[in-house]
Design a protein around this ligand. Structure first.
Ligand code: HEM
Ligand code: CU
Length: 657
């Protein structure tokens, strides 16, 4: 019996690696600490009522942001482990299998569990405020989306201490990801973690399209909408076309592994190339999905800090929408070298190059907006300015890669690694940092310390170039991606060492940000104005943090940048716009169903991962019961009475004077 248990435990837990043992111990300690603190301070009820069951888009946004920053930490540690291993020739710090697992989890976590939730966090805290709405279109679904993402991410993350991590790369190509080549359960974690969170992402896409189309304040025509909201629309349109492809692809891969189907195995008539086509039909739009909202952030930030109207509003909208659509017609550039033939390659090379045009248009628009503006270099603006050269270089190396014959040389080399980190870090990470710094006072009601923010900024930027510029040359020298070690004779040592130093500088930069947040919480500089940057759009017209119902009276919008226009008119001595009377406000009630149902998804996923139907089937039944329970709950909303709104407003306005 004891042997049995020992045998099981050694299969269940990942054992034998001191690094992972350390992680297991620290996770256990952290869990105990959290449970202790919550119990000691009697915070369980508060956690449940205020957060776990909340349907308030602002709270959901904050939870997304916290999770994504934690995932940035985890993905960052993965990155530094890899860079340590590659710092010198013939290193034995990581075993090859371990290296494979780490680049796989790093890639998945950074894109799906860091960039996506950071983006969704910003959608949630900003979009309703910016379009003058009181909530998103489907608040219940919104909470469900968050918890699906959360439990999907948890399922993926436990794999490194329980069962073993996936190791077939972030896109899990067959046959590597098939049972024949990955008999362990790591790939199952990959499939179910991404599947569960992916369904949440799809729902978020739908939710925000409807919110933007249906819930804008009276008078806000689409062509008067702030640019960030436009970018969210563009991104969500791509989400609703791309994510169903991912869902189906993963489902087919699961059937291959679970039931021995042969969709993607060469034996018995399947075709791995089919998987590669499908996964990139999702994967390429996915990179635009995460970068488009960053473009929206830059547009709003540039206009605010240059104190000018955005140059070329219409061309910006047009560029974003066309990028969103065109991103679906370039996927094949990811496998130019896999024998599709010259004519097909030419077609996709050209479509890929064409995407650079609208992107160029946007860059010029930002530059023209800055031209002759009275620019203030606060941290959000610094990130925006730093983004421009970074993205231009990243874009240009992308165009180099899109030349099909040249790609036969660069394909899967470090040149590619340098290119995509340049656009992902320079575009996505810098962009969301700009957004986070910009909207932080609106979200939390206090400003982040600018001094520490500037230290973080410079460490990130210098570290970035030191880390990734050498990699272009390593690529040209023949170093291929996913190489776990190399010989001294290759001559790749010095550049790799420099690159690793750059990676650690970025790690330091992250620590500065943690310090910055902790410091700012302690020595809070309250934002009493609600409008600390002298903003242009509606979110700055209400107190920070926004009250539960956002707007006591829905604003009447007349112009693009309506809040700015209003301020100008007031300054010119015009009378304030007449406001309608305060009326009772219709709000959704909290619900436990999204949390419970998503937790059940976690158990169902865990059951399928281990092939434990005794766990998966009851969990699936529970999910069904949750759906029924929701269908039959009628008491889902309430009204905030006028008196209560008056009191809240009075208190907030008093706080703001
Ligand atoms: C913060 C500094 C970062 C460093 C030092 C870093 C480093 C690395 C390294 C060493 C690899 C493995 C290269 C190889 O052996 O093939 C890698 C792969 C990758 N990284 Fe990063 N990374 C960073 C940030 C990011 C971010 C922010 C993202 C996405 C938003 C990202 C996405 C990826 C992806 C998708 C892969 C490919 C994984 C695969 O080959 O399956 N990385 N990164
Ligand atoms: Cu692509």
């Amino acid at each position: 019996m004891l042997d049995h248990i020992k045998q099981f435990a050694s299969e269940f837990f990942v054992t034998g690696d001191p690094l992972i043992l350390g992680a297991q111990v620290s996770i256990a300690l952290a869990t105990v600490a959290v449970v202790f603190v919550l119990t000691y301070f009697h915070k369980w009820g508060w956690l449940w009522r205020e957060w776990l069951t909340s349907v308030d888009h602002k709270r959901i946004g904050i939870m997304y942001i916290i999770c994504s920053l934690l995932m940035l930490f985890r993905g960052g540690v993965d990155a530094l482990l890899m860079r340590l291993q590659l710092a010198v020739p013939n290193a034995h710090f990581l075993e090859p299998e371990h290296y494979n697992q780490i680049f796989t989890t790093h890639g998945v976590i950074m894109i799906l569990f860091m960039a996506m939730p950071l983006m969704f966090g910003l959608f949630n805290v900003v979009v309703p405020l910016q379009i003058g709405a009181r909530d998103v279109a489907y608040p219940f679904l919104n909470s469900l989306s968050f918890w699906m993402f959360f439990w999907g991410a948890m399922l993926f993350n436990v794999s490194f201490i329980i069962g073993g991590s996936p190791d077939a790369g972030w896109l899990s190509y067959p046959p590597l990801s098939e049972l024949s080549h990955s008999p362990g359960i790591g790939q199952n974690f990959y499939i179910w973690g991404i599947q569960i969170s992916g369904i949440g992402s799809l729902a978020t896409g739908i939710n925000f399209i409807v919110t933007i189309l249906k819930m804008r304040a009276p008078g806000m025509k689409l062509m008067k909408m702030p640019m960030f909201s436009w970018s969210v629309l563009a991104s969500c349109v791509a989400i609703i076309f791309a994510f169903p492809i991912l869902t189906v692809t993963l489902a087919l891969l699961f059937l291959d592994r679970f039931l021995g189907a042969h969709f993607f195995t060469l034996a018995s008539g399947g075709n791995p190339m089919m998987y590669i086509n499908l996964i990139w039909m999702w994967g390429h739009p996915e990179v635009y999905i995460v970068v488009l909202p960053a473009f929206g952030v830059f547009s709003d930030v540039v206009a605010t800090f240059a104190k000018k109207k955005l140059f070329g509003y219409k061309s910006m909208v047009f560029a974003m929408m066309s990028i969103s659509i065109m991103s679906f017609f370039t996927w094949l550039h990811h496998f130019f070298t896999m024998g599709t033939g010259a004519d097909v390659n030419v077609f996709f090379a050209i479509t890929t190059m064409i995407i650079a045009i609208p992107t160029g248009v946007k860059i010029f628009n930002w530059l023209f907006t800055m031209f002759r503006g009275r620019i203030t270099f606060s941290t959000p603006m610094m990130w925006t300015v730093a983004f421009i050269p970074c993205f231009v270089v990243g874009g240009m190396t992308g165009v180099l890669l899109s030349v099909a014959p040249a790609d036969f040389q660069f394909h899967n080399s470090y040149f590619l690694i340098a290119h995509f980190h340049q656009v992902l870090i320079g575009g996505v990470v810098f962009g969301y940092f700009a957004g986070l710094y910009y909207w932080w006072p609106k979200i939390f009601g206090f400003k982040l310390n600018e001094h520490l923010g500037k230290w973080a900024f410079w460490f990130w930027n210098i570290g970035f170039y030191v880390c990734f510029m050498p990699q272009y040359f390593l690529g040209l020298m023949g170093m291929t991606r996913r190489t776990y070690t190399y010989d001294f004779d290759m001559g790749w040592g010095p550049l790799n060492l420099i690159s690793t130093i750059g990676g650690f500088l970025m790690g330091l930069a992250f620590l500065f940000q943690v310090w910055q947040i902790a410091h700012s919480i302690k020595f809070m500089q309250r934002d009493t104005t609600g409008d600390p940057w002298n903003g242009r759009t509606l979110e700055w017209s209400i107190p920070s943090p926004a009250p539960l119902y956002n707007f006591a009276v829905l604003p009447q919008v007349e112009a693009t940048d309506d809040w700015w226009e209003t301020k100008e008119k007031l300054a010119a001595g015009e009378k304030p716009k007449p406001q309608g009377p305060i009326e009772p406000i219709h709000m959704p009630k909290n619900s436990a169903i999204p949390f419970v149902k998503s937790t059940l998804w976690f158990f169902a996923g865990f059951g399928f991962v281990w092939d434990w139907l005794w766990l998966a089937i009851p969990a699936m039944i529970g999910i069904g019961i949750c759906m029924l329970a929701r269908s039959f709950s009628y008491d889902t909303d309430y009204y905030i009475p006028v008196d209560e709104i008056r009191q809240t407003e009075a208190k907030m306005r008093r706080a703001t004077v």
